[in-house]
Design a protein around this ligand. Sequence first.
Ligand code: NAD
Length: 480
Amino acid sequence: MPTAIDWSLDPRVRSLFKYLPLPVKLPTLLRRTDLGSPERPLGDTRAIVTRLRTPADFAVCARLALHGAAVTVLDPRATNAQLTELAILGVRHAPWTMDLATVLASAGARQDRRPLLLVHRLAATPAGATAVNTATDELFQVGQAVALAPRNSRLIVLGDTPPNDDVPGRLSLEAARGCIRSLFKELGPAGSTCHLLRLDGASADAVADAVAFLAGPRAAFLTAWDVRLGADIGQDSTWSGKVVLVTGAARGIGASIAGRLAKAGATVWVNDVPQAEEAARKTAERMGSNAFVIPADCSSDAGAKSIARALSSGGRLDAVIHNAGITRDRTLKRLTLDQWRQVLSVDLASMVRVQEAVQPLMTKGGSLVLMSSVMGVAGNFGQTNYTAAKSAVLELARIWAENQAAQGIRANAIAPGFILTEMTAHMPLFNREMAKQLTALLQPGLPDDVAELATFLAGSESRSITGQVLRCDGGMFLGA
Ligand code: NAD
């Protein structure tokens, strides 16, 4: 639950701001809830898919249609067989004219205030400079279409990872990366977002899962992802019967993640320090009968052992969300060694301690989610201890992804930006406003935004993603 209200989203405050001569940009209310119904979360979305060449393109079209989007395919090379199959799901076809604006206009886009979802597959390029021109022209068109589209629109660019000798392919992909790195800053004030997914061995279904997640309301606060989708690491999709541990889960982001996973059907172990046992119990009670509390300091050997002892009663562990964290902010010259050690111990070493203790219980197909921070990527004044820990966490996710792949276990780090919790509730007003103005979406995130991402990473929807850093920051300019 948010612990502070973001007044800049209140319509009365917005209209007041309009008349004040302040250099403050106001955010757009994000569409975090299902646009149709839980079964059809894209029920109010107009989707355009630019190519229908591979099984992944087909799976994406079908998935978006099943989630309720009104999908149009633009590819003139789409086969009749493909289109007939998709037509059953209500997918329409329009020729790719190279002038997307015309297509949008002919589809009634100018009057249509529904958000636009544009899924653009970079072309598999023939050799030569012309190919680069074609790919970059298309990029201009799809980018501009989303920039001109109604609020809360999204662009998802899909690019195959080209072989080393495919020079035009490599240049087109890099141009797309560069474009996304700037475009998210322009789209943010309208609540619109953009992403690049690099396809590198993922199954068609796994690509469709990733696109559906990024297209939907659960990903409203995510933008500017540049993520590789590699070979699937198997995991079945049901949460029922699965066991998850969340550290530091009495309140804030951890409590939200635990609640979200319990709602999905997992058995959830809520860990927090013994001093927070009462709060942890209340959190677990809200989650129903499949939640249990482990009061233990996860940064001590004894705490890690008692976590493992408690979990061993269930005999399995499918996911660990290493979330516990603290801050002791001071410039390095004023920081004590004790304050340095406390942060490194809770925010970094505890992950290694707990994982070593629970590793024997991990199941094949399991997932590890490590809580880092955008500050771990960018650095921050007065946070040397915190950023040392959070930077090392990014590396730990890469190490575990490598070392545990053989056991079918994935590991990824989340880098949240400014999220409304007790940890950030005491930030001075000026710093809070600065943080918002340095975020493309001009607003802080909610614990539930991180919880949705953690649930995605802990489960099978993200089976093609491992060893990566996923930002949950509304497009913070820091480190981007
Ligand atoms: P929070 O302070 O609200 O909650 C952290 C929880 O961790 C608390 O319940 C606390 O008791 C628990 N904890 C602390 N030390 C522990 C220990 N040794 N053993 C077990 N539990 C312990 O913080 P939050 O904002 O919910 O942050 C959660 C995670 O997200 C942290 O790792 C934090 O660094 C990270 N993060 C938060 C933000 C943000 O804006 N809130 C941004 C970036 C990263």
